[in-house]
Write a protein that binds this ligand. Structure first.
Ligand SMILES: [Zn+2]
Length: 329
């Protein structure tokens, strides 16, 4: 049975009036899933990430600073305020991602979801930013590699923003193949196609920028013609999705034009790799689009199905030129 991790602590991270990354995001998801008996998925409480898991990615000073700023209600930057409940929420968000990796790598599950906040993909080793306090997906990937016996982890980040944190953390690593489809130029400004990783990790960062307005044809062409062929050569033991829903056309922050069904199609595409898939919630700020996006991702993860075929687009052809130096695309 597929498994979904959550925790009430996600509701106690108070970002203040008018902030898009708000507790109502989780309420909207849980209300929609609750009305359908959580699609029959097994619900599990997300544990707190333990210090060892956090410290495999973040220095102690960063963990201390998240705790201190949470206690006194400070902020890392204007986008990234904390409240007394933020530290616990952040520990559970990272812990849920780790528990999800465990369920998939050593627990025998094939698919799962970690639906907590705050998100994580903008957080670098020693720098919280962009609503993110701990690097949830990176922590889970590191946990899978260090403690669960995984040798290679694929991260696909389809949030509308570049996952600069994940990218920086694994920039020089061959253990993680990081693929990100993101609006560009856009916040946080990183992630050009030419940033392919560095050192041993050259070629292991697949940065796939798309122009504002890009829709399903472009996203799915990039997955089909770039991400999937590279992933097949990489042979991951685990796929973690940085599952943001702010590339939906109704999102007030992002400027792309995916439909709810686009997330189902991308999910079918990644399932075709035949490796366990764990989705970890990132952004998504239109409550209805977010809840529907999570729901359709879960439905598709459980049901599977054949993806369609998507003709190459200008951006996928350009990406093949650059990344074809590292992979047979
Ligand atoms: Zn985002």
């Amino acid at each position: 049975m597929p498994v979904i991790f959550s925790h009430p602590a996600s509701l106690e991270h108070d970002t203040g009036y008018g902030h898009p990354e708000r507790p109502d995001r989780i309420r909207a998801i849980e209300q929609r899933l609750g009305a359908r008996d959580w699609l029959g998925w097994e619900r599990r409480e997300a544990p707190s990430a333990d210090p060892e898991q956090l410290l495999a990615v973040h220095p102690q000073e960063h963990v201390d600073r998240v705790r201190e700023l949470s206690e006194r209600g400070g902020a890392f930057d204007l986008d990234t305020p904390l409240s007394p409940g933020s530290y616990e929420a952040a520990l559970r968000a990272a812990g849920g991602a780790c528990a999800l990796a465990e369920a998939l790598v050593s627990g025998g599950e094939r698919v799962g979801f970690s639906a907590l906040r705050p998100p994580g993909h903008h957080c670098e080793r020693a720098q919280a930013m962009g609503f993110c306090l701990f690097a949830n997906v990176s922590i889970a990937a590191r946990h899978a590699l260090d403690s669960l016996g995984a040798e290679r982890v694929l991260v696909l980040d389809w949030d509308v923003h570049h996952g600069n944190g994940t990218n920086a953390i694994f920039h020089d690593s061959r253990e993680v193949l990081f693929a990100s489809i993101h609006q560009y130029p856009f916040y946080p400004g990183t992630g050009p196609l030419e940033d392919v990783g560095s050192g041993d990790g050259a070629g292991f960062s697949l940065n796939l920028p798309v122009p504002a307005g890009a829709g399903e044809d472009v996203f799915c062409a990039l997955v089909e013609h770039v991400v999937l062929p590279a992933a097949r050569q990489f042979e991951p033991d685990l796929l973690l999705l940085s599952a943001g829903y702010d590339a939906h056309r109704d999102d007030p922050v992002g400027g792309c034009s995916l439909e709810t069904g686009s997330f189902a199609e991308m999910t079918r595409q990644v399932l075709s790799l035949g490796v366990p898939v764990g989705a970890v919630l990132e952004g998504g700020y239109d409550l209805a689009a977010l809840a529907e996006g999570v729901e359709t991702t879960m439905e598709t993860l459980a049901a599977g199905g054949e993806p369609g075929s998507h003709p190459p687009e200008a951006v996928s052809e350009r990406a093949r030129e650059v990344l074809g130096n590292y992979w047979e695309l």
